[in-house]
Design a binder for this molecule. Structure first.
Ligand SMILES: [Zn+2]
Length: 264
């Protein structure tokens, strides 16, 4: 019998801690919100950094491509010079030739060299056009790099300030929580923390209108009675949150309100 009495007393003590756990829960919710903001800010900065990497990568690629195009153009120009020399030589040779067959053969050579020259020149002109376009687009890319660099820099500055502020707030919350935790029932706090760890959301929730205010599923009358009697911890059978009964709290709040009105 003593054992059972002790057991019920322990449970009672545990449940008396519910209001403290509720306070701790509000601090934890603030902390979760803070950490989410921190994560969001970090993601923003990470995205801009990625954008910067991308555009720098593109610029480097474009630079390499332009170098290759310039090389192509130099090769074509060398080929054109070469053909020109061949034509000049052939023409010089032709001047000193007397035989018709030889003269005609050299004319044929010159004609085909001139055709080659035309082809090379048209290629060179195409490559030159391409080079102009590429040089324009690399200028655009370089401007883009500058723009993203500036955005990244100012965002980084903002982020540093924001994170410092978040850490400061977080530290205050942690201190406040640590003080509250010393006054809470250890077993109940452990139950609460385990649930919180799983859900990352409010886990100590009121039963209102016979509904779990965590998952919003309607509960049985029997379940509601168990919560109201507050003799043992009662968990939502749908979402596993721990239930508490709010009426008492409202009554207390009501009393305070009445007292306040009387004071006035
Ligand atoms: Zn529920």
């Amino acid at each position: 019998m003593i054992g059972i009495k002790f057991f019920f007393r322990a449970i009672k003590q545990m449940l008396e801690s519910l209001p403290v756990i509720l306070e701790i829960q509000e601090l934890d919710m603030k902390m979760i919100r803070l950490m989410n903001i921190k994560k969001q800010r970090r993601n923003e900065s990470y995205k801009v950094q990625q954008e910067l990497d991308d555009v720098v990568h593109k610029t480097v690629g474009k630079d390499e491509h332009i170098a290759l195009t310039r090389k192509d153009l130099r090769i074509l120009e060398a080929q054109i010079t070469d053909v020109n020399m061949r034509i000049e030589k052939a023409e010089a040779k032709q001047n000193s030739i007397k035989k018709v067959e030889e003269f005609n053969a050299i004319t044929g050579e010159i004609t085909s060299a001139q055709r080659e020259k035309t082809r090379l020149e048209s290629q060179a002109s195409e490559v030159t056009d391409r080079l102009v376009t590429e040089e324009e687009s690399i200028q655009d890319l370089k401007n883009e790099v500058k723009r993203v660099q500036e955005t990244s820099k100012s965002l980084q500055k903002e982020l540093t300030v924001a994170i410092e502020e978040i850490n400061r707030e977080g530290n205050l919350l942690q201190k406040e929580r640590a003080i509250l935790a010393t006054t809470a029932n250890h077993d109940l706090l452990q139950i609460y923390e385990r649930l919180l760890h799983n859900k990352k959301d409010r886990v100590l929730v009121a039963v209102e209108n016979r509904t779990c205010s965590g998952c919003h599923i309607v509960l049985t009358a029997q379940h509601e009675n168990l919560v109201r009697r507050c003799e043992r911890p009662v968990f939502c059978e749908h979402c596993a949150r721990l239930h508490y009964w709010k009426v008492e709290e409202e009554a207390v709040a009501g009393d305070v309100a009445v007292k306040r009105r009387r004071k006035k």
